[in-house]
Design a protein. Structure first.
Length: 113
């Protein structure tokens, strides 16, 4: 009886987690400089609850994020990117995180090498 109930809960959980398609949002990330920035953002967003995937386009400096709107929202994603050290739309990069970035990832960094 107990097992049956647990199975039912599991099936329901799986149904709900798979039933909803993630939303897609594109965020301007104009301060990215290089492939490491790309990795920093993609790896950083992976840790954010509700984000199912992201792709940073280096040439257009746009980050596409797949997320579940019942778990997170665009403002939280912007804040997360800022916390990694990059500007996200109109949200400025967190200054402490930005300072901690490798030199190549700071604005104009690739030109200084
Ligand atoms: Cu970089």
């Amino acid at each position: 009886m107990k097992i049956k109930r647990i199975t039912l809960i599991l099936i329901t959980a799986i149904f709900y987690s798979c039933g909803e398609e993630p939303d897609k949002v594109t965020i301007e990330t104009p301060s990215i400089q290089c492939g490491m920035c790309q990795k920093n953002i993609e790896m950083g967003l992976k840790k954010i609850k509700g984000v199912s995937g992201s792709n940073v386009d280096l040439s257009s400096k746009v980050t596409t994020v797949l997320y579940y709107k019942e778990k997170t929202d665009v403002a939280s994603i912007e804040k997360a990117i800022s916390g990694i050290g990059y500007q996200a739309n109109t949200v400025a990069a967190d200054s402490v995180a930005y300072e901690a970035l490798p030199a190549c990832c700071k604005i104009g960094g690739m030109e200084k090498i």
